[in-house]
Design a binder for this molecule. Structure first.
Ligand SMILES: Cc1cc2nc3c(=O)[nH]c(=O)nc-3n(C[C@H](O)[C@H](O)[C@H](O)COP(=O)(O)O)c2cc1C
Length: 157
């Protein structure tokens, strides 16, 4: 997605990828967001994706993109703070667009030590358990508020 700019938006229309993202958000009620920390906050690319999706398009109802959705947030970093500073920023942004962010959140410190080599499997059982609990809390909340639950996973963004 290009960097959001209202003048470019007016000139060039709604970005195609941003529209796809808006469509995915519209179809889902829960967001499990895992993001690194960049200079004490969450990365500009994530903020930009949120900014795009928060703009009105001709395709999707604005109130169905973010408002009233539930989110659980987590971060990880090679350092001892585990990216914790980014979570308050992400929480604030999500709340400002009407997303209910669960009070529980996770910052995984020394993340490089918690995976098996360069594999994808987390070997630190305690952290794995905490992460699974956060996911379960989100599912439980959605179960209470929405009944039937559908899942979408995108590990590439
Ligand atoms: C521009 C930039 C800023 C970063 N700032 C922080 C930071 O403030 N705190 C932190 O713990 N790690 C910081 N890092 C390290 C990231 O946590 C680390 O690169 C990230 O976990 C790697 O993610 P990846 O393995 O998904 O690429 C920064 C990395 C970059 C590229």
């Amino acid at each position: 997605m290009p960097i959001y700019n209202p003048d470019d938006h007016e000139r060039n229309g709604f970005d195609e990828n941003a529209l796809r993202f808006q469509g995915l958000l519209t179809q889902h009620d829960g967001l499990l967001i895992a993001s690194p920390e960049y200079n004490g906050s969450f990365p500009a690319a994530l903020k930009n994706a949120i900014d795009w999706a928060s703009r009105p398009s001709d395709e999707y109802e604005r109130d169905k993109v973010f408002r009233g959705k539930f989110a659980a947030i987590m971060t990880a970093s090679p350092g001892s703070f585990g990216g914790i500073r980014s979570l308050a920023h992400l929480r604030g942004v999500l709340m400002s667009i009407g997303v209910e962010v669960l009070s529980a959140e996770i910052a995984v410190s020394f993340v490089g030590d918690k995976f098996d080599g360069d594999g994808e499997e987390m070997t630190d059982e305690k952290t794995k358990n905490t992460l699974e609990k956060l996911g379960a809390s989100l599912v439980e909340m959605l179960g209470k508020t929405h009944g039937e639950i559908k899942f979408m996973s995108n590990t590439n963004s």
